[in-house]
Write a protein that binds this ligand. Structure first.
Ligand SMILES: O=C(O)CCC(=O)C(=O)O
Length: 270
């Protein structure tokens, strides 16, 4: 899949782009089944799962392609890797995979932040819209009631922001945005809910300000998150400023990613 000029322009302007119906219901059924097993800790790398602050419900599962052939295929199918190559160039590697789970009534929120504020503290030096990208695949429906991701369109142009290291208010350490920064960004742009159905995807830039509220409904909200980095933007070890609770957060460079067949997700379940 290649993005049209209109989609490219929209992504570069807003810092995010939603594309509906990228994966079929059959593919989503395989992916969802694997992902429910992973968040329930029925996985080989169960030390990749992090719980919510106030319950044992899984908040985030890292390194998920290690435990699901379907996820490993989804990371590499032309529908996903094509747009990634278009935006970042031909030489990219897989920086991180995770599930952001927000289970019914238990899923907690995410304060406003930019992801690159975190990754710069992992030693990555460049986080522009053409250096890194997150591809989010909706595994379940995503609504304001179940805690849909919210983004501030265009906010990537502010850069990473002046963020603070927060290990207290959420289930996993994060560099979050202080109120002054949030107010400044939100005075210029209204946040948008990423609403959608299973199989829709959202591309978003490393420096876009985003966050979400808790899950107020009985409906689980789960996203796959694939993060890609340019292969000439590897983290610098001497610039790493934080440790992680699990070894699967950021992958070392193990070569450039190559596409697999577009039907590889279903092939992997045979
Ligand atoms: O899953 C969410 O609602 C927000 C996720 C997020 O902000 C993040 O993982 O950086």
């Amino acid at each position: 899949m290649k993005l049209s000029q209109e989609q490219l322009d929209s992504y570069l302007e807003d810092g995010y782009l939603k594309i509906p119906n990228v994966f079929t219901p059959e593919e989503m059924s395989v992916l969802r089944s694997d992902c429910y097993a992973i968040v329930s800790s029925d996985r080989a790398h169960s030390d990749g799962n992090i719980s919510e602050l106030n319950s044992d419900s899984t908040r985030v599962s890292f390194g998920i392609d290690l435990d699901s052939d379907a996820v490993a295929a989804a990371v590499r199918v032309p529908r996903i890797l094509g747009p990634v190559h278009q935006l970042l160039g031909d030489k990219v590697y897989l920086f991180q995979t995770r599930i952001n789970a927000k289970m019914g009534r238990l899923g907690e929120g995410y304060p406003w932040h930019t992801d690159f504020a975190n990754w710069i503290n992992d030693g990555v030096q460049r986080g522009s819209i053409n250096d890194m990208i997150t591809v989010s695949v909706l595994l379940t429906e995503s609504t304001p009631e179940n805690g849909a991701l919210q983004v501030a369109p265009g906010s990537h142009r502010h850069g990473v922001g002046d963020l603070f290291f927060d290990t207290e208010s959420v289930g996993y350490q994060s560099y979050n945005a202080p109120e002054s920064y949030v107010s400044k960004v939100l005075s210029e742009t209204d946040p948008v809910f990423i609403e959608g159905q299973p199989g829709d995807i959202v591309l978003f830039a490393p420096e876009i300000m985003h966050g979400s509220e808790e899950n107020h409904s009985d409906v689980d909200r789960m996203y796959l998150m694939f993060i890609y980095n340019r292969s000439d933007n590897l983290p610098i070890a001497s610039e790493v400023k934080r440790e992680h609770m699990t070894p699967y957060v950021n992958y070392d460079y193990e070569g450039d990613l190559h596409e697999v067949a577009d039907n590889a997700i279903l092939g992997s379940s045979e």
